[in-house]
Design a protein around this ligand. Structure first.
Ligand code: ATP
Ligand code: MG
Length: 641
């Protein structure tokens, strides 16, 4: 163990050895916060003879949990039963054994996903006679989610907002929604945390049991906890108070999802006797990268001032590339990766490409495919594997060949048009019996027994839609067809009215138009058929490379806590990063700036920044302005290429 602590600096060691009582480690990126937590667990077990089962460590992602566990086990050279997990995983595990103490729930509860939730909300609206237009299901779900983050039951919500005409109705929906979940013996994602807090608050004996069990509690990325998570931690730590939280207020990037930076900033108020340790030496990056990060984040107001330094040396200057357009940007990035992999013998694992929104990955993904460079997408799907993109492609295939049953089946009820499973079963049976394709069965729908009038009309509308689109495809180019598909099917409209996630999906299907436009520019044959063929070939290559290690692509949000020798941050343009929504909102702008800080500090040795002079995104192209974040980095740290 002696040599274990040798791997830490003085402050880090202090943090590891301070095992009793509240401890706050507030420190900048790459200063070893996560490392301290890992060593602390090992130290507790080895030096303090703490039972592994008495330790609870909370990480932000499942991946981080897995890594931390593996790291502890390799430090201790053994395998231990510790609770190292996300909040959700820990609470689900608690509820598995305790849920019956909550009124109305049985042990074998199920967890509802978003699709299930939407179904339930729709049932509620129907029963209450509320219109889906006035109370969009996704919007309702997002309100309910925020309400749960605040630990507000339907009753409390009604008390507080019931006098408002509209909010009273939302309260009714929320209340019925909870009843229905309970009737299904189901919890949604937010309930997992909320119900655990309720469980603790209403059952002092259960709380006491877990307080005794988790004698040592540690939370990583504490700056991104919400109120509900804050309560959980505080309830559990109340008696023994052996709570160690680590975080960096400059890396709070999830406030749009309810994270409250106040949880970390007020820690000393909650625990006046807390020991506070600051770590200022950074072990991850070069001084140049740190100087850039520092000078960006310095523009935020009201932050706890920290200044990172390192012994890693000055390192290479940051490279900024101003591309002509997004293809040129992608070319540059992939070219540099090729060059560094060859000249500096770097593993493809050492490269990460970070961007602000998911749809930016498409261009770069295609370039990787074309050059046979393996890649993986963290925390998201490969562009052409995304559900919504596959849906639109299924439309295109159906237009191309309506007798392809798989495509028809995939889209017959996308967006939802009231053609349910029972109807589909009847249609498929008819097709089978008569030896026709599914599409042909649709044409004969009037002669199929058992299908209701409403469904029949929907089917006729669908057939008409496909026929019209086939006409379009005969005359128009691929991009025009895609545009018609997403407009006429109503798919885009549904997505654009949904929650953040749906809106992102909407952007992705519009991005497919960009893909087609690009294809048309490069090819004589601008037909839908040509486009589909080209795509099929591409995904063939893609399929082959899937297994191998490759470069990593992800959004800046997903990159939190990770590090890579070489990092590219692309799309540094006003309106993209920072996002347009931040232009008139100082708080949002500061959050974008923290996101930039997170991005820059992921890099260990080399950092590349890029923007495009002209960008085609979501199907339309425009000239751009360089991101203000580029100007916030001192000129002498950067060279232009
Ligand atoms: P972030 O804020 O990005 O989550 P962090 O503060 O959690 O960063 P770590 O990921 O724990 O930082 O550490 C950053 C890097 O520095 C890791 O590669 C880690 O192993 C290394 N490191 C930290 N402390 C030391 C040390 N005392 N000696 C050697 N390497 C260290
Ligand atoms: Mg960390």
């Amino acid at each position: 163990m002696e040599n274990l602590l040798d791997n830490l600096n003085k402050q880090q060691r202090e943090a590891v050895e301070h095992t009793e009582g509240p401890l706050l480690i507030l420190a900048g990126a790459g200063s070893g916060k996560t490392r301290v937590l890992t060593y602390r667990i090992a130290y507790l077990i080895n030096e303090k003879n703490v039972y592994p089962s008495n330790i609870l460590a909370i990480t932000f992602t499942n991946k981080a949990a897995k890594e931390m566990k593996e790291r502890v086990q390799s430090l201790l050279e053994g395998s231990y039963d510790m609770w190292v997990s996300t909040f959700h995983a820990a609470c689900a595990r608690i509820l598995r054994t305790q849920v019956e103490k909550l009124d109305g729930y049985k042990k074998n509860f199920i967890i509802f996903d978003t699709d299930d939730q939407v179904k339930v909300i729709k049932e509620c609206l129907k029963e209450l006679n509320y219109n889906e237009k006035n109370f969009p299901p996704k919007e309702m779900l997002s309100s309910i989610s925020k309400t749960k983050d605040q630990l507000m039951t339907p009753g409390r919500f009604m008390d507080r907002y019931g006098r408002d005409f509209r909010l009273k109705k939302v309260a009714d929906i929320y209340s019925l929604y909870q009843k229905k979940l309970m009737a299904n013996n189901a919890l949604d994602f937010d309930d997992i945390l909320f119900k655990t807090v309720e469980l603790f608050q209403n059952n002092p004996d259960v709380l006491q049991y877990y307080q005794n069990k988790f004698k040592y509690i540690m939370v990583d990325e504490y700056q991104d906890t919400n109120y509900c998570q804050y309560m959980l931690v505080n309830l559990l730590a109340k008696s023994h108070r052996n709570l160690c939280v680590v975080g960096d207020d400059d890396q709070c990037i999830y406030s749009w999802r309810g994270a409250d930076i106040g949880n970390i900033l007020n820690f000393e108020k909650d625990f006046p006797d807390a020991k506070v340790i600051k770590l200022e030496q950074n072990y991850r990056s070069t001084q140049t990268i740190l100087d850039a990060a520092n000078s960006v984040i310095d523009r935020n107001f009201g932050r706890k001032s920290k200044r990172l330094w390192t012994e890693n040396g000055e390192g290479k200057p940051i490279v900024y590339y101003k591309a002509m357009d997004e293809r040129d940007e992608g070319d540059f990035i992939i070219g540099e990766i090729d060059r560094l992999a060859f000249q500096e013998h770097r593993d493809l694992k050492s490269f990460a490409i970070l961007y602000r929104t998911n749809s930016q990955s498409r261009v770069i993904e295609e370039m990787c495919m074309a050059r046979g460079i393996p890649y993986k997408i963290v925390g998201g799907h490969r562009f052409y594997d995304r559900m919504e993109v596959k849906d639109v492609i299924a439309y295109l295939r159906a237009i191309q060949d309506p007798d392809g049953d798989l495509s028809i089946k995939r889209i017959i009820n996308v967006p939802k048009r009231g053609i349910g499973k029972a109807t589909l079963d009847l249609l498929e049976a008819y097709a089978r019996d008569t030896g026709n394709s599914l599409y042909e069965a649709l044409l004969f729908v009037d002669s199929i027994d058992g299908i209701g009038k409403k469904a029949k009309n929907s089917i006729k509308d669908f057939v008409r839609l496909i026929a019209e689109l086939m006409d379009v495809a005969e005359k128009e180019s691929a991009s025009a067809v895609i545009n018609e598909v997403i407009m006429r099917s109503g798919y885009l409209e549904v997505l654009e009215k949904g929650d953040d996630e749906d809106q992102e999906r909407g952007k992705n299907i519009k991005e497919l138009i960009s893909a087609a436009l690009e294809y048309e520019e490069k090819n004589e044959d601008s037909s839908l058929q040509g486009f589909l063929e080209n795509m099929a070939l591409m995904s063939d290559i893609d399929g082959l490379k899937e297994e191998r290690e490759g470069i990593t692509m992800m959004t800046l949000h997903s990159a939190k806590g990770l590090e890579f020798p070489v990092v590219f941050i692309c799309g540094l343009e006003e309106g993209l990063f920072p996002t347009q929504r931040a232009f008139f909102d100082e708080h949002q702008l500061e959050e974008e700036r923290r996101l930039m800080y997170v991005g820059v500090t992921r890099a260990r040795e080399k950092l590349y920044l890029s923007s495009a002079f002209e960008r085609t995104i979501y199907g339309s192209s425009s000239y751009t302005m360089e991101s203000r974040f580029l100007r916030e980095i001192p000129k002498d740290l950067m060279i232009k290429m």
